[in-house]
Design a protein around this ligand. Structure first.
Ligand SMILES: Cc1cc2nc3c(=O)[nH]c(=O)nc-3n(C[C@H](O)[C@H](O)[C@H](O)COP(=O)(O)OP(=O)(O)OC[C@H]3O[C@@H](n4cnc5c(N)ncnc54)[C@H](O)[C@@H]3O)c2cc1C
Length: 480
């Protein structure tokens, strides 16, 4: 793979950073990999196939090693890590297989990314029904965590729009799975974190768009009550909504936020210049974080100053604007390798959801705890979620809060404390961002886990498919 390609596929750090050394063995490459949070780093053996047919050989000849598919490595923790096992890099298995341009149904290999979909389909007037907050995510990764976007309260999660998928299982069979065929396996694979097999193909719907722009309406909320009020008032009018929240603010300002609503712009919303090329995807410059920042640079003072500046940068209480698709959906993607801002020790994201009824109390309790202990982050996001899809999919009706935190002394104790608050309110933590949840806490948070483990056991009795997360949460050793 050329260096440029490697960068595009997010594998750059494997090649460059000293702690990510590479050594080629006879047929496998020994590498040190991490998730997006850069902790933990584990030794694994990678395969990087170019065609789906070669997957059989990898499954047949696993020689006692466990296997795990990996997409773009954008899950934060240990879900895409397979220590001492075989990690199957899927970035070359990324072909578009069919597109029905009447109904917007796309069938593709699972290594295709949202970035590639945008590049190919926005100019044709189509956009994913659901997209996560970065475009460097594969369709396989989107299914394996049943990812949600800013429109979850209206359009649910990614898998709500998946019609079928094909799974290569431990027995070496390709199984077609949908809501009506092999349906148990379909529901166990949705949100199943790669542990039921290798997703090879997915068929899902795209939405029609008139333009590549978003009509955005932004409000400043002076505290949490006002933020919730704004969600209640406008959520049903807009498919997209999310709030950036200053989690270091306290007292009367606790939960002060910028609440953003949006919808796909129509031709009539555009300026004359934009109307000339309404579906132009444009090309923005990306900047790179050139080195690992010193650990500790993101402290209460720097984060607090950033948050205050960001809050006051938004002039007036309400603002309307037209924004290009990339700046709206993927603002962080303009800063390549932004995870290096947290230094070599890495970081994690604590994301939880709590039911609607308890959201106000639970979110303020958590914000108070974080603010009191000075752990605030400059990337904290509040959002209302809608219905749950898969058995162990994260979203359910309620509010979710996501907070980035550097790894340093005291973090794990704080997060254990937050788990207790989340559990007391009937909530759960998102495993795509997690790296430290305990098995018993996981089981209490995900009550439909028993259904999932039953399917996992019947389809993969020898636990060929495994991961660091699966071992940590005892998903591959647990007996009911
Ligand atoms: C900046 C940023 C913003 C994000 N925003 C959101 C968001 O808004 N909403 C949200 O829900 N998530 C969000 N995420 C999390 C991300 O969407 C998920 O972690 C997603 O699963 C990552 O996809 P990936 O291709 O990088 O997969 P990886 O991280 O490489 O793998 C994730 C899981 O998918 C499995 N997997 C990957 N490919 C396959 C396959 N072909 N077959 C079987 N299993 C497979 C892996 O085994 C692993 O368990 C965000 C992450 C980042 C870094």
């Amino acid at each position: 793979m050329k260096e440029a390609d490697a960068e595009k596929h997010g594998k750059k750090r494997v090649k460059r950073s000293p702690e990510y050394g590479e050594r080629v063995s006879s047929c496998r490459t020994e590498v040190y990999l991490s998730g997006w949070g850069r902790w933990p780093v584990v030794k694994t053996y990678t395969e990087h196939p170019h065609v789906i047919t070669s997957l059989h050989k990898i499954v047949d000849e696993s020689q006692g090693r466990t296997i795990l598919a990996r997409g773009e490595g954008r899950s934060y923790g240990d879900a895409a890590l397979n220590p001492e096992g075989c990690t199957l890099l899927t970035s070359n298995l990324n072909r578009v297989l069919a597109f029905d341009d009447q109904n917007g149904i796309l069938r593709c290999e699972a290594g295709l990314t949202f970035q590639k979909i945008a590049e190919l389909f926005i100019p044709r007037g189509w956009f994913p029904m659901v997209t996560p907050g970065t475009q460097f995510v594969t369709i396989g990764g989107a299914v394996a965590f049943d990812v949600h976007g800013k429109n979850h309260h209206i359009d649910s999660s990614f898998c709500c729009h998946v019609r079928s998928l094909t799974l290569l299982t431990a027995s070496g069979k390709h199984l077609f799975c949908s809501r009506t065929e092999n349906s148990d396996l379909f529901w166990a694979t949705v949100g199943g974190m790669g542990l039921t097999g290798i997703i090879t193909e997915v068929e899902f719907s795209l939405r029609r768009i008139e333009t590549a722009y978003i009509r955005s309406r932004t409000f400043k909320a002076k505290n949490l009550d006002e933020a919730f009020q704004l969600f209640n008032q406008h959520d049903s009018e807009y498919p997209y909504s999310v709030a950036w929240i200053d989690c270091l603010a306290s007292g009367d300002s606790l939960g002060r936020s910028i609440v953003m609503f949006g919808d796909h712009a129509r031709m009539s919303d555009l300026t004359v210049q934009q109307k000339n090329r309404p579906l132009d995807i444009g090309r923005k410059r990306r900047f790179t974080v050139p080195f690992d920042f010193p650990s500790g640079i993101l402290n209460r003072f720097t984060v607090g100053s950033f948050n205050t500046l960001y809050f006051y940068k938004h002039m007036g209480r309400e603002r309307h604007s037209i924004i290009d698709w990339e700046s709206y959906f993927y603002p962080l993607d303009f800063l390549w390798d932004w995870n290096r801002l947290y230094g070599k020790r890495g970081f994690t994201q604590y994301q939880f959801v709590v039911p609607l009824e308890t959201s106000r109390v639970a979110v303020s309790q958590i914000l108070e705890l974080i603010s009191r202990k000075g752990w605030g982050s400059f990337l904290s996001v509040l959002k209302r979620l809608g219905q749950q899809e898969g058995w162990i999919s994260f979203p359910f009706p309620g509010y979710t809060l996501a907070i980035d935190m550097p790894i340093k002394a005291g973090l794990w104790e704080l997060l254990d404390e937050l788990d207790q608050v989340v559990m007391e309110h009937g909530g759960r933590v998102y495993l795509a961002k997690d790296v430290r949840l305990k098995p018993d806490v996981f089981r209490r948070m995900y009550p439909e886990f028993e259904k999932w483990i039953e399917v996992k056991r019947s389809i993969d009795p020898e636990n060929l498919f495994s991961s660091a997360l699966a071992k940590r949460l005892e998903l591959v050793t647990h007996s009911v």
